[in-house]
Each structure stands twice: as C-alpha cells, then as structure tokens.
Design a protein around this ligand. Structure first.
Ligand code: UDP
Length: 493
C-alpha cells in the first residue's frame, strides 16, 4: 500500500542562498533536524556542491543519517567563474547572485519540486520547505504543493528589523544617504533611536548606483517573506528580545533557535553521551575553500589568550592599500596574530601584488601565521585565541559570542554594519572601526581589545557567552523554541 503523509516521518527540504554564511547555518539546521529523526533533503547549487565535496567533510558528516540526501539545481556558473582571484567587488558578486537566483536558480528549484523526482522517494513526498528568507519564490512553490513554508533569514534580527522599516526610512528621507551624512542620527527605527547612525544601516542603503537594485530586492523580499507559514532566525532571545517582539508582530510564528552552532553541539552531545551542552562546539562548517589545519598546530604553541584571529569572511574584499594598513596595524600592535587571508579577498585591479613588503613578511614569521582559510569555529575556541578582528558577518559574530572572544569589528557590507554597532554599543563585547581606518586605528583598537579595555570587555563577553550557552541548554529559550519548531514540522506531514 502506498504510504500516506500521516504514516511517514516528515521530509523537510532546505534551500539556502549559495553563499558560505547562508550554507553554513542551514547545513547546521539540517544536521540538527537529522539528529531529531527528521528526513532532510538539502538543495545546493551545482558549483557550490562540488566545491563542498572537494573541500569539506560532508560525506563523513552526513553518512550516519539514512534520511538525509543532497539535491542540486543549476547555477549557470562555469567551474572557473566564481571566486576567481581579485575579480569581484562584493556588491557586484551580490548583484550577480541576485540575477542568477531570479533567472536560473528559481526556475531550477521549481522544476525539481514539481517534477516526479520526489514521488518515488522512499522518504515520502516533501512535507515542508525551509528556504532562505531571500527566496520568495519558494513560498509560492510550497503554496502550489499545499505544504507549509518556513522562511529562514540568516542575518541578525536587528538587520531583519531594519529591513522591515525600509518604507519608513524612505518616507522620512533617511535613505538613501550620501557619504557626507555617515554620522547623521537615524530616529525612525524603533528600539534603535538612541544609537543608530546612517553608517550603521545595511550597506545597500548607501546612495550608490550599484546598491539601488539590491535595496529594492531586499525590501520586496522582506515584505514578501511575511507570507511564509513560519519563520526561523539564528539568534537567541536574551540578546535581541526587544527587536524580536517587533518582528513577531509581523511574523507571529517566529522560531529563534540560535546560535545554531551551539544548538547543534547540544543535540550532538545528547544523542551520543547524554552529557550537558557546556562542552565547546566542534567545527561543523561546509567550506567552499580548503581548510588549512596547520594553524591549529601553530596555535598549540602560543600562550593562552595571546593571539588575535583575523578574518573577514567569505565575501568581503580589501584593496592592496587596506591590506597593508591591516598588516602594519597588526605588526605594530605587538600582538600575535593568525590571519585567514582568503586568496580572492585581495581586490587587485591590475593583477599586481608587488606592494606586499618583505619587512612585513619577516615580522609575520616572528609572531604571526597566515592561512588561506581556517577551521574558524575551532580556532575561536582554541585557548590561545584572545581576540577576533572580524568583518562582523552574523555567523562569525555568533561563533565569537559562543566562544567568549571579544571583537574588533571592521564591517564591509550587508548586515555587518548594524551587527558591529550592536557589538560595540548594545552588547559591549567589542569595538567598532569606522570606514576610514588605517594602521594607527588598527593598532589602537587591537591594543584596547587585548590590554587597555580588556577587563570591562571580558566581563560583558563572558556574560553574553553564558547567555548563548544557556539558551541552547535543555531549559533555554532556543532549545524550547526548537522543540516547538519540531512539533510544527511533525504536524505538517
Ligand atoms: N569561515 C571559516 N574559515 C575562514 C573564514 C570563515 O570557516 O577562514 C566561516 C565562519 O566560521 C562562518 C562563515 O565562514 O561560519 C562566514 O560567515 P559570516 O556570516 O561570518 O560571513 P560572510 O562570509 O557571510 O560574509
């Protein structure tokens, strides 16, 4: 007899935007659901899938779950097109991704879901779609199939809330804003009236041609996402409660289940040893780059809390001049550092990197170490790491919070500006670098983080780390919200 929906386990399909930060947290959610006995299909775009297979540990990580499988949809990319060294400004990369999402990825996804592909699947038909918050088309597909859709926005709640206030910002004449208005206060975003400046708004609110289309798309997708049956945010109630109550007025069925790296650790611990969630997270990322683990051995030889870890994520780029300023700032601070320098992060217009000075290379050998790509979560949890010089991507920010590592934030684009304002002004777990940075500022802020303001910074950093860990313990808000999400998913099949 054919299986009916009510006689089988739920089958959740998860579909992230094809970028490292989005994939990492959605794969964590996939593993968490698998650990709870849910069948999961994870949809990757083709090129990212082959990159993850060559660099990551995906096979060993998911082999243990018979109910898990990958599917791919076309992305229209040739093998050498994505992340070729020094070719892309991040805004262009984002623009290009939006084009491919609309023209290639969305039709491919619709075809996958409406084809016969899942009719003969032993796990039963897909009973719920969890799609990136930027994928309004997935909500429509779910509606056509008569199944619930869950919209998962992978940025912070504070950024999501600003996106919901876009119309108000436009009506007030606050956005788009010009370079000279960076420090102008913004009063039209509830909960942020006392500290928000133009420079803290998401980068696509800046008055630049390249941003216009991105801004339109983001505000349209934000309003459209309200149509989803439920919503997920990778955050926890203790740090974003006031914002979350505003968001719940738009999206009442909102599950805050973060930090997902820590929740995954709780689930892993409870399914293997039944022990508590207090042990530190192990690396669980699906890297689009080859991880260089030699830095772990280097860290083993460094004194406790002595090293500044430096990384600007998977999209941000730096000019050769900025690269040198960072390097001089690090060397002049006299602190040890581990720098994950993604090769395609150096924006070289003419292919010339001869500005990199021999004296810096020599000084780096004495107290620094560089890799192309690091096992970041493990690095942040290593006892030798005492600070993080970061672009403040949301995953990096959460990983740093959970590890109890204070930050110097140098935001580049998207939600990074508002994240870094919250890090410095609200949570007080780091300092925020303005746009016009140089070697003197880098040196000063690193010294403040490691020495001059260390005690006060560590007090709040440890408090936030404790709240983060508590939220994913069995009595914590994120754990309870996750149980409610499971209930919702089970009811859907
Ligand atoms: N990451 C990593 N190794 C690196 C740099 C980054 O594993 O050398 C991971 C990091 O742990 C995080 C993700 O890449 O999970 C970056 O996501 P985030 O949201 O911080 O920034 P984005 O890359 O989206 O700008």
């Amino acid at each position: 007899m054919a299986k009916t929906r009510s006689s089988i386990s739920p089958h959740v399909l998860i579909f992230p935007v094809p970028a490292q930060g989005h994939i990492n947290c959605m794969l964590k959610l996939a593993e968490i659901l698998c650990l709870s006995g849910i069948n999961v299909t994870f949809v990757n775009t083709q090129q990212n899938h082959s990159r993850q297979l060559s660099f990551g540990n995906l096979h060993s990580r998911f082999r243990q779950f018979p109910g898990f499988c990958f599917e791919t949809v076309p992305d229209g990319l040739s093998d050498d097109q994505l992340h070729s060294a020094g070719c892309h400004r991040p805004e262009d990369l984002v623009n290009d991704s939006f084009n491919r999402i609309q023209n290639i990825i969305a039709p491919g996804f619709r075809e996958l879901l409406t084809s016969d592909r899942f009719r003969s699947d032993a796990r039963g038909p897909v009973s719920c779609i969890i799609a990136d918050g930027m994928y309004g088309f997935a909500i429509d597909v779910a509606e056509e199939l008569g199944i619930p859709s869950i919209s998962f926005r992978t940025v912070s709640a504070c950024c999501t809330w600003i996106c919901f206030c876009t119309q108000k910002l436009v009506e007030n004449g606050d956005i788009p804003f010009k370079e000279e208005d960076m420090d102008r206060p913004i009063r039209s975003v509830p909960e942020m009236e006392s500290f928000l400046r133009c420079r803290d708004l998401p980068s696509y609110y800046r008055d630049k041609e390249v941003n216009r289309r991105n801004l339109d798309l983001i505000s349209t997708e934000t309003l459209y996402s309200i149509k989803a049956t439920a919503h997920i945010l990778n955050t926890f109630d203790d740090i974003e409660a006031p914002i979350l109550s505003h968001l719940r007025s738009y999206c009442p069925n909102l599950y805050t289940i973060g930090p997902l790296n820590a929740l995954l650790n709780t689930l892993r611990c409870s399914t293997t040893t039944n022990s508590s969630s207090s042990s530190l997270p192990v690396s669980s990322n699906a890297s689009l780059y080859a991880e260089d683990r030699s830095c772990m051995t280097w860290l083993d030889g460094q004194p406790e809390k002595s090293v500044v870890y430096v990384s600007f994520g998977s999209i941000a780029t730096v000019s050769p001049e900025q690269w040198l300023e960072i390097w001089y700032g690090l060397i002049n601070s006299s602190h040890r550092f581990l720098w994950a320098r993604r090769p395609d992060s150096l924006l070289i217009e003419d292919g010339d990197d001869s500005q990199i000075h021999a004296e810096l290379v020599e000084a780096t050998k004495e107290r620094g170490y560089t890799v192309d790509w690091a096992p970041q979560e493990e690095v942040l949890n290593h006892p030798a790491v005492g600070g993080f010089f970061t672009h403040c991507g949301w995953n990096s920010t959460l990983e740093s919070m959970v590890a109890g590592v204070p930050m110097v934030c140098w935001p580049h684009l998207a939600d990074q500006q508002i994240n870094s304002r919250y890090v410095s002004e609200v949570w007080k777990i780091g300092m925020n670098m303005k746009d016009d940075f140089n070697r003197v500022t880098v040196e000063k802020l690193i010294r403040e983080m490691m020495v001059d303001k260390r005690d006060e910074l560590m007090k709040s950093t440890m408090k936030v780390a404790e709240m983060a860990r508590r939220s994913v313990s069995r009595e914590g808000s994120s754990y309870r919200n996750y149980e409610a999400l499971l209930e919702f998913i089970r009811k859907s099949c």
